[in-house]
Design a protein. Structure first.
Length: 393
């Protein structure tokens, strides 16, 4: 799993090299602690027990390395996620079963009520997960703010063997899902960027006789308020109504610290399109707070831990929230891990996988073992392959 320190620990007070080293050191320390664990039980129990040490271990690491600020909870979750994945994977392998098939009462001693409260009394995760992975799922392709849309945007070709413009990517992979990165502080640019992406995509899709495709929008937490989002949606609807109709959801448009920005309520925007939290989602408390503040969906990430993803996925389904899974530009095994969440949680409709665009060498070797998960066909991946023991790959 990439440590993703720039995403999980954004700061101007500490150099990136230090935050990265602190997260790696914490991951190593948590693994050492797990090696001394004397308890027994289901991975849900074990990982919850181990999580009780995260904060104190992170504090110790920060002091040891002389880091100038405390490690955020999100960075702690990312650092612990490889260990959590290993524990869930090992439990399934020990039983010769897929990890998603050992979540019922015959395996788990405590029901979801013990993890998520009275609303879940008597329920188990087998109710909120699938016994077989979905056979195929569409892939979301990232259109970065600096990514070229057409040949006119390319001062010089890289000629690295990968597509370089949006039409080339669409034709190469048969894409039907595009995640569009936006600035969040330049309304005119944001609107025009989506209009331009839609125009280029529409021209390419029509040439391929494709009539249906969707967008997600990511403002990178930079919108000052919901008013920005509402004005963006208004202007987009006026200038390109077809583009607005293709928006499937909006990702975390305002600051991740919900408690520090209680005015950032999303009720009005969520009545137009699902608005999901990503960086804000750390536990059940944050999920309930986001609902209170008008968010209508959540984004799960394997890099926050397998246990957290499973529990938050169950809670989101229980409360009728929109669900998606996003990755951390995860290559190889970490991408397959992320994909298992998409393939095994019923209401998730697509996969995100950016590594094939930005660090494809990380998929080397894995693509030969699971070609259907790395060779995109008509915009989809063969998630039926993720049915082995443990996490499935």
């Amino acid at each position: 799993m990439p440590m993703g320190n720039v995403w999980a620990w954004p700061t101007s007070a500490v150099p990136g090299e230090q935050t990265l080293q602190a997260m790696i050191t914490l991951a190593e320390r948590l693994t050492d602690t797990a090696g001394k664990y004397a308890g027994r039980g289901h991975p849900l129990d074990i990982t919850q027990d181990l999580a009780a040490d995260h904060d104190s271990a992170a504090t110790s690491v920060v002091q040891q390395l002389g880091v100038a600020e405390a490690m955020p909870r999100l960075a702690q979750l990312v650092a612990a996620s490889p260990l959590e994945a290993a524990i869930h994977d090992a439990y399934g392998r020990a039983l010769g079963a897929n990890s998603y098939d050992v979540l019922g009462p015959e395996f788990v001693h405590r029901g979801l009520g013990d993890y998520l409260g009275e609303d879940f009394r008597g329920e188990y995760l087998d109710r909120y997960t699938l016994r077989s992975p979905k056979p195929r799922m569409p892939l979301y392709h990232l259109v970065g703010a600096l990514d070229p849309l057409t040949d006119a945007d390319l001062p010089q070709r890289l000629n690295d063997g990968l597509p370089e413009t949006l039409p080339e990517w669409i034709r190469a992979d048969g894409l039907r899902r595009l995640k569009i990165k936006l600035n969040g502080d330049d309304l005119a640019w944001d609107v025009q960027r989506v209009v331009a992406v839609d125009r280029v995509a529409a021209e390419t899709q029509q040439a391929l006789n494709v009539n249906e495709w969707l967008y997600s929008l990511d403002f990178n937490e930079r919108c000052a308020s919901v008013d920005y989002v509402l004005e963006f949606l208004k202007q987009l609807g006026e200038q390109a109504p077809a583009a607005l109709a293709r928006v499937q959801y909006i990702e975390q448009p305002t600051h991740r610290d919900l408690k520090a920005h209680p005015h950032n309520r999303m009720h009005a925007a969520a009545r137009i399109k699902p608005v999901v939290i990503d960086e804000s989602l750390l536990d059940l408390e944050s999920l309930l707070l986001c609902r209170e503040m008008g968010y209508s969906g959540v984004a799960l990430k394997a890099c926050k831990g397998q246990t957290e993803a499973l529990l938050m996925g169950a809670a989101a389904q229980k409360y009728g929230m929109f669900l998606c899974v996003q990755d951390l530009t995860c290559p190889g095994a970490s991408f397959l891990h992320s994909a298992t969440l998409s393939a095994r949680i019923p209401t998730i409709a697509a996969i995100e996988g950016n590594a094939r665009q930005y660090c494809p060498e990380g998929n080397h070797g894995w693509a030969a073992r699971f070609p259907g998960m790395f060779d995109v066909t008509e915009g989809t991946l063969e998630t039926s392959l993720l049915d082995g023991p443990g996490l499935g790959f």
